[in-house]
Design a protein around this ligand. Structure first.
Ligand SMILES: [Mg+2]
Length: 264
């Protein structure tokens, strides 16, 4: 453990979930107690780039794992994308490459999902859809090739699974789309980019240095903290190793083995 940070000065902890609180449905030892300790002193928000699930899905999942939460304590890249579309664009007819839960979340926010209808999309959104078909990929590329603007929920190439395995994530879909159409998304909403930080910032009303991001990935979680002036706490329970950190040259405020090392 390497720590240059006084945890007691933090007023809001942003917790990544996959690889930080749990891995493939199994909560890490000591995580529930650590989160309870944090909640006694600070606000705790759960923040994830995984846009395959809705806020309600995460409420159910965390509550089941022994961490009861309310929907407004959860920020997904999918939710940040919805807020971005509504607050910053006029686009309301969306072709969404996304799972059922996310489609419902878009609809509940007043957006129209045009998949499977005759309506022309004003915007294509690429999210994490583990049920996608070849036909979906072909339609996404067709719309983009014909000039429909497109954005993505998050940039991760892979999503971690139990046993050190990975499955292809949105960044991999974007590479396929780029190869087929020559085009990249106009914007990515999730970590490490600004839209999701703005979403969180508008909720907590704290100075950036009173907020700490706890996560297992350098390119998303730690860059997100550094880009937005938050304190950075790297956990070694997920993707990044101490070697990866050394090679990256990134300076983080604390490196801990697991979330259970956050003590006051
Ligand atoms: Mg993670």
């Amino acid at each position: 453990m390497q720590n240059n940070l006084d945890f007691s000065k933090i007023k809001c902890f942003l917790l990544d979930m996959d690889g930080t609180v749990y891995l493939d449905g199994k909560v890490f030892d000591g995580a529930v107690n650590a989160i309870n300790r944090m909640r006694e002193r600070a606000k705790v928000l759960f923040i994830t780039n995984n846009s395959s699930k809705s806020r309600e899905d995460y409420v159910d999942k965390l509550t089941y794992l022994g961490i009861p939460v309310k929907p407004d304590e959860i920020y997904t890249a999918g939710h940040a994308t919805i807020e971005y579309i509504i607050q910053n664009t006029k686009f309301r007819k969306i072709w969404l490459l996304g799972a059922h839960g996310l489609k419902e979340e878009f609809k509940a926010s007043g957006l129209t999902i045009v998949n499977g209808t005759k309506l022309a999309p004003e915007l294509v959104v690429v999210a994490f859809d583990t049920t996608l078909t070849y036909k979906d990929l072909a339609i996404v590329c067709e719309h983009i090739r014909h000039g429909v603007p497109f954005i993505a929920t998050h940039p991760d190439f892979n999503c971690p699974m139990a046993g050190g395995e990975y499955i292809p994530d949105v960044g991999s879909f974007l590479a396929l789309i780029k190869a087929s159409t020559g085009k990249s998304p106009a914007l990515i909403c999730g970590k490490p980019y600004a839209p999701i930080a703005k979403s969180v910032g508008s909720l907590v009303h704290l100075a950036p240095n009173e907020i700490a991001m706890v996560g297992d990935r350098l390119m998303t979680d730690m860059n997100f903290a550094i880009n937005n002036g938050f304190k950075s706490i790297l956990v070694l329970s997920g993707e990044a190793t101490r070697d990866d950190l050394a090679k990256s040259g990134m300076k983080v405020d604390a490196v801990i083995n697991s979330i259970s090392d956050i003590n006051f």
